[in-house]
Design a protein around this ligand. Sequence first.
Ligand code: 5GP
Length: 192
Amino acid sequence: MDLLKQKVKEDGVVIDERILKVDGFLNHQIDAELMWEVGETFYDQFKDEGITKILTIEASGIAPAIMVAKRFGVPCLFAKKAKPNTLNQDAYTTDIHSFTKNKTSHVMISKEFLDENDRILIIDDFLANGDASLGLNNLVEQAKAQTVGIGILVEKSFQPGRQKLNEAGLKVSSLCEVASLAGNKVTLVGEE
Ligand code: 5GP
């Protein structure tokens, strides 16, 4: 997706060799036009798959996920980072380690919103080590639903996320692949 690649190159801020800040268009201020294009692109890729729900994790996945959901005409469901007192037996739960915050969150989805008839497209802003997507897929499996695919906006190809997801039998589609953040510079796949 050319617009996303352009934004990543021009507005992405390299924090260190592993982390890219995208507050200008995705994680703080959100470029609505860009999110609309994300919705169109994933719809084109997955429109024949019988998707019943878009699944993401709060908070940064919600903006792209809701636009994808709008395009498919299905609900957008997000896993909540649960506080112990909000947990109950009517929820699927798992632990997800956050790459950027280096902390593990207990996340939950209420059982009323996910069941064995659901065909799920997972959407997330970044793919690094794959923990967020694997955790979301774990919730889908608990519900005996099916993950049809995983749509990622920015994949950091120098990290093992894709390989881990593929090993788990999951299909990954990313819109922008970052080959390296070395030298305080964003290098996309194909530019090396
Ligand atoms: P993973 O679970 O694949 O290791 O990491 C994906 C999650 O961590 C995403 O939900 C995203 O919020 C966050 N993340 C991973 N890498 C980056 C990054 O370089 N920049 C930002 N802004 N978020 C990231």
